[in-house]
Design a protein around this ligand. Structure first.
Ligand code: NAD
Length: 282
């Protein structure tokens, strides 16, 4: 039986609408939520991502400012820019668009962002909060996956979730969120042995690998929920980490690429920015 295709566009549209209503309520109370994005250099994909974030903020009634620094900017210049945003009381959320040019120290920059303005949730303080089950900012993509599972009523408690990928941005926080929702979680990565066999045990399989069509039908348990986080460019087209055609024949639920998780990421950025503004208001 063919899988139910999880429509990230419509779920994200509903969440963006909620964000717009919340932004309006804040504005009516005299608070204009404000996201500052730092963009270094001319990376084409980063330019597109930043433009999408700007547009989404605009539509939701959230102020956004993009601070553009040249490709050859120094570590000190970048750090000064982040410090200035930390100190700017009108800014609620700060996001440094990754990847940075090779000569810049990404980890040092992320460490510098005020954890209370860290709407990407990449600061070690926020990773620690997630690990400890405390309130904090959670990275937008895995948070979006959880919202997608909720939107489709996919049970998580007690289920076996297998996450392929262990990055700080997706894989690890994804595993922590699933664990917090009472799943039994297995994390697979590039050194995992018998990956297909482990993946086949998953009730919920999350692919965050960065390899086109990595997850094939033989790695999926019939009826499983398969979440494709991957965004890969192949011959000018965007494809996920899951072999959509094959897996859609066997999975119970499946996210498409594009039109799946990617849509949720920006909706979660809006939600995190509104949280940052509300936290300040308290
Ligand atoms: P990454 O390169 O940092 O991490 C990839 C992970 O995959 C690593 O932990 C690695 O161990 C694992 N891996 C690599 N090869 C493997 C193999 N052969 N077998 C098993 N595991 C393997 O990437 P990332 O930042 O976590 O992103 C993963 C994918 O998700 C990419 O395609 C990226 O473009 C996409 N992404 C999408 C969004 C979104 O908004 N939808 C956001 C962030 C990342």
């Amino acid at each position: 039986m063919a899988a139910i295709i999880m429509d990230g566009r419509s779920v994200a549209a509903r969440l963006k609408e909620t964000a717009a209503q919340e932004a309006l309520a804040l504005a009516q109370n005299g608070m204009m939520p404000h996201l500052a994005v730092v963009l270094v250099g001319e990376n084409a994909a980063s330019q597109v991502y930043v433009r999408n974030k700007e547009n989404a903020c605009k539509k939701a009634g959230i102020r956004s400012t993009v601070l553009r620094l040249p490709e050859n900017c120094t570590q000190a210049e970048l750090e000064d820019a982040v410090r200035a945003l930390n100190e700017d009381a009108s800014v609620h959320g700060i996001l440094v668009q990754l990847p940075l040019p090779d000569h810049l120290d990404e980890a040092a920059v992320l460490r510098l962002i005020d954890p209370d303005k860290d709407v990407d949730g990449f600061h070690a303080m926020n990773s620690g909060r997630l690990m400890n089950g405390q309130r904090g900012f959670v990275p937008c993509t895995p948070l979006g996956v959880m919202r997608m599972l909720e939107a489709y009523g996919i049970p998580v408690r007690g289920k076996h979730a297998v996450v392929i990928g262990r990055s700080n941005i997706v894989g690890k926080p994804m595993a922590m969120l699933l664990l917090a929702a009472d799943a039994t979680v297995t994390i697979c990565h590039s050194k995992t042995e018998n990956l297909a066999q482990i993946a086949r045990q998953a009730d919920i399989l999350v692919a965050a690998v960065g390899r086109p069509r990595f997850v094939t039908a033989d790695m999926v348990k019939p009826g499983a929920t398969v979440i494709d986080v991957g965004i890969n460019r192949v011959d000018g087209a965007i494809v996920g980490d899951v072999d959509f055609d094959g897996v859609s024949e066997i999975a119970g639920y499946l996210t498409p690429v594009p039109g799946g998780v990617g849509q949720m990421t920006i909706a979660m950025l809006l939600a995190n920015t509104l949280d940052a503004a509300r936290n300040r208001g308290q």
